[in-house]
Design a protein around this ligand. Structure first.
Ligand SMILES: *Cc1c(COP(=O)(O)O)cnc(C)c1O
Ligand SMILES: *[C@@H]1O[C@H](CO)[C@@H](O)[C@H](O)[C@H]1NC(C)=O
Length: 382
C-alpha cells in the first residue's frame, strides 16, 4: 500500500478499520489518525517520533542539535522496545527513565511524579510517558487515569502501549480494565496478539488528525503528485516511514467481518477464563506457587513448580538458586518429549518462573489440566 491508485480497496479498508479501532479506544472516530505498522515495536517507535514532532516540529529539518535534551518515562517492566526506539531516534537510551512498579507490576504514579521533577531539575525536558495496558510478563494494567492526570498537569504526551491488552477493548466484560485509555494521545494495539490475527498486524492510533502526515511526509514526486484527478488525502502512504507497505489490514478486516465485535469479545473472554481456571487450580496446590497473588487481570499466569526436594527445605538464597534451575530443566524435558511447551523467565530478583499466556480461544480446560499434569510428571524427581 502507498497510493490510492495502486490499492484503492486496501486503502479504504484501512480507513474504515482505523476509525473503528479509534472508536473502541473511546475517541471521536472522525478526528483521529493512525497507520498499520510492522509490529508493536514499530508502532511504539512512531508514538515517540510523533510526540517529539508535536512539541518540536523543527527537529524534522534541523535535527536534535536544535532542541533541548529530552526525557521520556516508562515502567521498569517495559518491553525493551522503548529503549531501542530512543536509541534509533537519537534521543539517547540514557534519557529513558524507568519508573518503579508495585508488586503486581503496575507503575507507581508517585514515582513517576518525582522522576519528572528530578529530570527537570537536571535540565532535561520531559515530553513523553509510556503507560502500559497489559504488560508483557505479568499482564498488568497501569493506572491510566492517574497517569493521564500527571500528563495533563505537566503538558506531556501520554502513550498507551496496549499491544497486548488492546484486545480486551473488544470484550464488554473486560474493557473497563483500560479505563482512561481515551485520555491518551496515542495508542499501540496489536491485533496479532490477543485477537489471534496472523502475524503481522499492529497499529498505531493517534487522537490528533494531521500530525502523522506533517511529521512524515516528504511528497516524493513520483508517487504523491498533488495534481491527481482524485482526492489525494487517500494517498496515505506518506504518513508512513516506509515506502511500500505490506497489507496487514486485510486479515483483520476479514476476521472482523466474519466474527463481529461479539465474536472477538467472546474469544477474549474465553482466553481470560482459561487464565482464571489455571490460577484457581494452582492456588489450591502445595506443589505450585503463584508469582503474584492477585487474580490475573489479563491472560498471563506466572508460577513456580516446587519439586519434592524443595518443599521441605527452608527458604533463602540456596533455595532460590535451586528453584531457578527447575523451570529450565522441565522446559528441556517438555521439548524433548514434544507434548507441551510453555515459556519461563526470571524477573529482577525472582528466580525462573513459568509464564503461561492464553491467546488461543481453542484452548480448553482439559488442555490446562494436561499442562499442569505434565509439569508435575516431568518435575517430580527434581
Ligand atoms: C509484544 C509487545 C510489544 C512488541 O510488539 P511486536 O509486535 O512483537 O513488535 C510491545 N509492547 C508490549 C506491551 C508487548 O506485549
Ligand atoms: C511501554 O511499556 C511497555 C511495558 O511496560 C513496553 O512493552 C513498551 O515497549 C513500551 N513502549 C514504549 C514506546 O515505551
Amino acid at each position: 500500500i502507498f497510493t490510492f491508485e495502486i490499492s484503492p480497496v486496501f486503502i479504504l479498508m484501512e480507513e474504515v478499520l482505523l476509525k473503528k479501532l479509534r472508536e473502541k479506544v473511546g475517541w471521536p472516530p472522525v478526528e483521529g489518525d493512525g497507520v498499520f505498522c510492522p509490529g508493536g515495536s514499530m508502532s511504539n517507535l512512531y508514538s515517540i517520533l510523533l510526540a517529539r514532532y508535536s512539541y518540536f516540529p523543527e527537529v524534522k529539518m534541523h535535527g536534535m542539535a536544535v532542541i533541548p535534551r529530552l526525557a521520556l518515562f516508562t515502567s521498569e517492566h517495559s518491553h525493551y522496545s522503548i529503549r531501542k526506539a530512543a536509541g534509533v531516534l537519537g534521543i539517547g537510551i540514557e534519557n529513558v527513565f524507568l519508573v518503579k512498579c508495585d508488586e503486581r507490576g503496575k507503575m507507581i504514579t508517585s514515582e513517576l511524579k518525582s522522576g519528572i521533577i528530578r529530570a527537570k531539575a537536571k535540565g532535561l525536558v520531559p515530553f513523553y510517558i509510556n503507560a502500559t495496558a497489559g504488560t508483557t510478563v505479568y499482564g498488568a494494567f497501569d493506572p491510566l487515569n492517574e497517569i493521564a492526570e500527571i500528563c495533563e498537569r505537566h503538558g506531556l504526551w501520554m502513550h498507551v502501549d496496549a499491544a497486548w491488552g488492546g484486545g480486551l477493548l473488544m470484550s464488554r466484560k473486560h474493557a473497563g480494565k483500560l479505563q482512561g485509555i481515551e485520555r491518551a494521545s496515542s495508542v499501540t494495539w496489536n491485533p496479532h496478539k490477543m485477537m489471534g490475527v496472523p502475524l503481522q498486524c499492529s497499529v498505531i492510533l493517534m487522537r490528533q488528525k494531521g500530525l502523522l502526515q506533517d511529521c512524515n511526509q516528504l511528497c516524493a514526486e513520483y508517487l504523491f503528485q498533488p495534481d491527481k484527478h482524485y482526492d489525494v488525502a487517500y494517498d496515505t502512504g506518506d504518513k508512513s516511514i516506509q515506502c511500500g507497505r505490506h497489507v496487514d489490514v486485510f486479515k483483520l478486516w476479514l476476521m472482523w467481518k466474519a466474527k463481529g465485535s461479539e465474536g472477538f469479545g467472546s474469544q477474549v473472554n474465553q482466553c481470560l477464563e482459561n487464565a482464571d481456571y489455571l490460577f484457581n487450580k494452582l492456588e489450591n496446590r502445595a506443589d505450585f506457587e503463584l508469582v503474584f497473588k492477585n487474580k490475573p487481570e489479563h491472560s498471563n499466569v506466572c508460577f513456580w513448580y516446587i519439586p519434592h526436594s524443595l518443599r521441605k527445605m527452608s527458604r533463602g538464597l540456596e533455595w532460590n538458586k535451586k528453584l531457578h534451575e527447575v523451570a529450565p530443566k522441565i522446559k528441556t524435558k517438555m521439548m524433548e518429549e514434544g507434548m507441551v511447551m510453555v515459556g519461563y523467565q526470571p524477573l529482577g530478583e525472582k528466580p525462573n518462573f513459568f509464564r503461561c499466556v492464553f491467546s488461543n480461544p481453542a484452548t480448553t480446560r482439559e488442555d490446562v489440566d494436561f499442562l499442569v499434569d505434565e509439569i508435575t510428571r516431568l518435575g517430580q524427581d527434581l
